[in-house]
Structures are given as structure tokens and as C-alpha cells.
Design a protein around this ligand. Structure first.
Ligand code: AVI
Length: 319
């Protein structure tokens, strides 16, 4: 049976554009289907992948200082961009509930099922918590500002997700956030810091090969969803790190001259031996660069909360 033509989806359009470009590229946002989500969960538990563990320790050690100002207010809004499983946020929520804080939690996510699971989970863990999920893109949510009232807001953008943007994209995003907040509101944003390049490279090239499978999953998606015939064994996972720009970039490098057919796009893509597809950027920052980024995007820096090794920071900024 002939497969349906799915060239009208965003995924199909981006794959067509990215594999026709020179150099070839695909966006890391397409890593995350059901299999990709599971692989990322596994990555977060890997010994080499320090980011999640470091951010947990920061939130746990500094929750009192991070939330002090908001706790002094009679009521406030806790807004989270890309809430996911809310594991990190639970540290803050548990503390706020113990302190008998009066607040509403607004998790924002593109996925309705993620939000439903999160709400059920939070209702079990914190029956008294007021959770108001917002389904949609960050852009839309920041325009609509469903949480807005006279009380202060703390917007959370955790997990180092901002690192998957280029500097210019990160600036646009942070500036968009600044424009959506009112004066006095806070932003807590997680950044991975520049450090020994070997530590960074290991985090993106783990011994077990989970990150390799995560990167290759984008080709599996093209096979599954667009009728592609990529042979995963003919592409090598290749992360690089440039200590000047702080950009950790992941590639899939063709190990031979080959052609790949993607039926639904009605296209054949040609690869030279050693030709690369750029798939991900995970940008690392210095404190100095973060200070500049904060001011440029419309914030003032309150404090950078680092883990003891200074691998990761949760930066608290105020509008
Ligand atoms: C989701 N994001 C912050 C992860 C990162 O570190 O850039 C995604 C990831 N890519 C490879 N390993 C993890």
C-alpha cells in the first residue's frame, strides 16, 4: 500500500529543508518522540551527564534564598516553561507548601498528555496545590499571560533547555520573556557553564551510547514517519565542543558515500563519505556572558546560584 504524503507537517517541511541544505541540518526538537523522551530520561541518569544532577542540588541547596522575596508577598504565581515531569520543580513546591505559601502553579507545555500526567501526579503529592496547566507554545503562552494579576510572578525555565538555542535565539527568547513580565517579576533560568572541555564532551558522548541512540533517533523518526530508509549503522554520532563559543554541537556523520530515499517527501538525499548532518547545539556560558545577556534582554541579575563545582547555574534575574 502506498504511504500517505505528509509533506504538509512541520516535521516534513523541516526535514526537506534541512536535508536539502548545505551543510545539512536537522533540529534537535525532533529528538523527542516517545522513544526520544525515554532516551532523554535515561541520559539524565547517566554518570557522565552532570546537568540534571547539578541543577537538582542547586535547587535543593538554594531554595530558601531563591524564594525568599516571593514568600514575603501575600500571594504569587509560579510559572514554568516546559514543565515536563516537574521533578525539579517539586523541590520548590514542597518547600513552598511547608512554608504555607499562597501561590498558583502554571506549568506550560506543548504536550497535553505531559500536562495531564503532571497534574495528576502533583494532585497526589500535593492535594492542596492549585495547578493551572497551560497547553501551548511558549510564544503563545507568553503573549496570553494567563497567570497575570497584581501579584508577583516567578517564571522558571530550568533544565538547561535554553542551551539548545543559539545565542541569538536565546536572546530573543529571554527578551520575549522580559516583555511578558511586569516590573519586579522574577525569572529563574538554568544555564550550563563553560568548563573542562573533556567533561562536556563526555556528557554528550557517554560510554553506554545512549546519547548516540538519542541523536540517531531523529533518523528513525524520518524512517517511521516519512517513509525513509536511513541505515543507522552508516551514521556516526559525533559531538564537538568549542571552548571559545561554548557551543557543544552534535552531528551525524555519514560513514560512506550513500543515498537515502524518503518516500513521503518523494526525494532522494545524497551523502558524500564523511558528510555531516548538524543536529544539536548545547551552548555553555560564562558568568560574564550571562550578566551581559541578562542586561541586554531586559533584566537585572539578582544572583547566580552555582553548584559547588561551578558546572551549572540557576540564574535569578528580575525585570
Ligand atoms: C534538553 N537539553 C538541555 C539537553 C542538553 O544537554 O542539551 C539535551 C541533550 N542532548 C544530548 N544529551 C542531552
Amino acid at each position: 500500500m502506498e504511504s500517505t504524503i505528509k509533506t504538509d507537517t512541520e516535521f516534513a517541511k523541516d526535514v526537506l529543508e534541512g536535508l536539502s541544505a548545505k551543510p545539512k541540518h536537522l533540529s534537535s526538537k525532533y529528538f523527542y518522540d516517545e522513544k526520544g523522551d525515554k532516551l532523554f530520561q535515561k541520559i539524565m541518569g547517566l554518570p557522565e551527564y552532570y546537568l540534571t544532577k547539578k541543577e537538582f542540588s542547586i535547587l535543593d541547596s538554594h531554595k530558601v534564598e531563591i524564594l525568599a522575596d516571593l514568600l514575603a508577598s501575600p500571594s504569587f504565581n509560579l510559572v514554568e516553561l516546559g514543565a515536563g515531569d516537574g521533578l525539579k520543580t517539586k523541590i520548590l513546591i514542597r518547600y513552598l507548601q511547608n512554608e504555607k505559601a499562597n501561590f498558583t502553579y502554571y506549568p506550560i507545555d506543548i504536550s497535553g498528555s505531559v500536562l495531564r500526567e503532571l497534574k495528576t501526579d502533583l494532585q497526589q503529592s500535593f492535594p492542596a496545590l492549585d495547578v493551572q496547566p497551560i497547553k501551548g507554545t511558549y510564544k503563545r503562552a507568553l503573549e496570553e499571560r494567563k497567570w497575570e494579576n497584581q501579584h508577583p510572578s516567578l517564571l522558571l525555565f530550568l533544565g538547561g533547555n535554553i542551551g539548545n538555542f543559539t545565542y541569538q535565539e536565546a536572546f530573543s527568547m529571554l527578551n520575549r520573556i522580559a516583555r511578558s513580565l511586569k516590573s519586579g517579576d522574577y525569572l529563574l533560568v538554568g544555564f550550563d557553564l563553560k568548563k573542562d572541555p573533556a567533561t562536556i564532551l563526555k556528557a554528550y558522548n557517554d560510554a553506554e551510547g545512549v546519547t548516540r541512540d538519542f541523536n540517531l533517533n531523529i533518523l528513525s523518526r524520518i524512517n517511521k514517519e516519512l517513509g525513509g530508509n536511513f541505515d543507522m549503522a552508516k551514521f556516526k554520532h559525533w559531538p564537538t565542543y568549542d571552548p571559545v563559543t561554548g557551543e557543544c554541537r552534535s552531528y551525524l556523520v555519514s560513514s560512506e558515500k550513500q543515498k537515502v530515499e524518503v518516500k513521503d517527501l518523494k526525494r532522494t538525499f545524497y551523502f558524500e563519505n564523511a558528510e555531516a548532518i548538524h543536529t544539536e547545539i548545547s551552548k555553555k556560558y560564562s558568568h560574564e556572558e550571562l550578566e551581559e545577556l541578562a542586561v541586554k534582554s531586559g533584566f537585572r541579575v539578582i544572583r547566580d546560584f552555582d553548584d559547588p563545582d561551578h558546572y551549572f547555574t540557576d540564574a535569578l534575574w528580575q525585570k
